[in-house]
Design a protein around this ligand. Structure first.
Ligand code: NAD
Ligand code: TDX
Length: 340
């Protein structure tokens, strides 16, 4: 029976991946390791915990002893590494934990993958490793050949991890793949990120803080399409290769915010332009030709449908996000947005 270690499975994309895999491959064992940082929620995995093919282990991926013990107990056939510090704004405030988790955590996982029989390893990376593109060159896209050119401590830590993954492939022949995806959205997205933050603020009648002029462009992908792509890479991707994932869904931030307001039937007067993010990337845009041609992947959910489903999910699952926004998150919000 395939036995897959999913790290960071109590977070946004990792939890969606756990649910995707349990449904798509009912004969697989899925083991999740997550240290439950502020971004991890065990309640997110409530339904998975009822599945006998699923196991949850609370541990830190940088804890070599704990990870070694887990690999010794299980007979993993693959590792998919989602665990990371993922918020750019937090990386600007406190870079250190980003370097620790995102780089050293990756190293620990790959060391264990080597030690326990050269286990198949997949690194979940990001389009942010390519830096940004100018707004006045809509003809330009990130391909797998685009040079690494990072802007934030977050993207620098993810790029460092990618380089380490390729080094383990070349030096130790660890069977690796890397995926670099554009911005995800969908269920269980942590409220600090643009789309859930705007939905929740609008529901509370609070102002919607748009950084700078709101013209920065992100390439949005519904989270399930990302999960499908990773599953395809895991099963059919070529070892030692990088795959870009994105669906030609570029939107300016201000347009995303206006779309959310319109779905909720709220007024645009809630929008407030605030101080820009330092080093703010202008535009991300993925060229997904490689994964399309090699693996037949394509995004199934359009932005118009995905954003409606997402807003609906937040309306239906208030208990999930209320628990988050009523706790430590309020201190974060105050600190980050008070004098902005
Ligand atoms: P998230 O912040 O929602 O979740 C991260 C999870 O990792 C949390 O459950 C957290 O508890 C766990 N974690 C953090 N540090 C850990 C540690 N040291 N040990 C064990 N667990 C730890 O992040 P996300 O948005 O789901 O992103 C998942 C991955 O996908 C990240 O690697 C991120 O870089 C990448 N990615 C995200 C996006 C996006 O739009 N969100 C896009 C492309 C790539
Ligand atoms: O309050 C806000 N106001 C605002 O204008 C927030 C939180 C964000 N923004 C802007 C900044 C970005 O241009 O919205 C855009 C999206 O911001 P985030 O949701 O913070 O995402 P981003 O910085 O684009 O990074 C995301 O995509 C790539 C994920 O958080 C990363 O983990 C992933 O690698």
């Amino acid at each position: 029976m395939p036995n897959i270690l999913v790290t960071g499975g109590a977070g946004f994309i990792g939890s969606n991946f756990v649910y995707y895999m349990l449904e798509k491959h009912p004969d697989y064992r899925i083991v999740c390791i997550d240290s439950l940082t502020y971004a991890g929620n065990l309640s997110t995995l409530e339904k998975a915990l009822q599945n006998e093919n699923f196991r949850f282990v609370k541990a830190d991926i940088t804890d070599r002893e704990a990870v070694d013990k887990l690999f010794g107990e299980e007979n993993f056939t693959a590792v998919v590494n989602f665990a990371a510090e993922s918020h750019v704004d937090r990386s600007i405030e406190s870079p250190e934990v980003f370097l620790k988790t995102n780089i050293l955590g990756t190293q620990v996982l790959m060391d264990m993958a080597r030690k326990y029989g050269n286990i198949r390893y997949h690194q979940v990376s990001t389009d942010e490793v390519y830096g940004d593109l100018p707004l006045d060159r809509p003809d330009l896209f990130f391909t797998e050949e685009t040079p690494i050119h990072t802007s934030s401590p977050y993207s620098a830590s993810k790029a460092s991890a990618d380089l380490l993954v390729m080094a383990y492939y070349r030096t130790y022949k660890l069977p690796v793949t890397i995926s670099r995806c554009s911005n995800n959205y969908g269920p269980y997205h942590f409220p600090e990120k643009l789309i859930p933050l705007m939905i929740i603020n609008a529901l509370h009648g609070k102002s919607l803080p748009v950084y700078g002029d709101g013209l920065n462009v992100r390439d949005w992908l519904y989270v399930e399409d990302h999960c499908k792509a990773i599953d395809m890479i895991l099963h059919g991707g070529r070892i030692g290769e990088v795959y870009n994932i994105g669906g030609h869904n570029e939107r300016a931030n201000i347009d995303v915010v206006k779309t959310v307001l319109s779905i909720l039937g709220k007024d645009e007067s809630l929008i407030t332009y605030v101080k820009d993010r330092p080093g703010h990337d202008m535009r991300y845009a993925i060229d997904p030709t490689k994964i399309k041609n090699e693996l037949g992947w394509y995004p199934e959910t359009t932005f118009e449908n995905g954003i409606k489903k997402t807003v609906e999910w937040y309306l239906q699952n208030e208990a999930w996000w209320q628990e988050i926004v009523s706790g430590e998150y309020m201190n974060y919000y105050e600190k980050m947005y008070k004098d902005r």
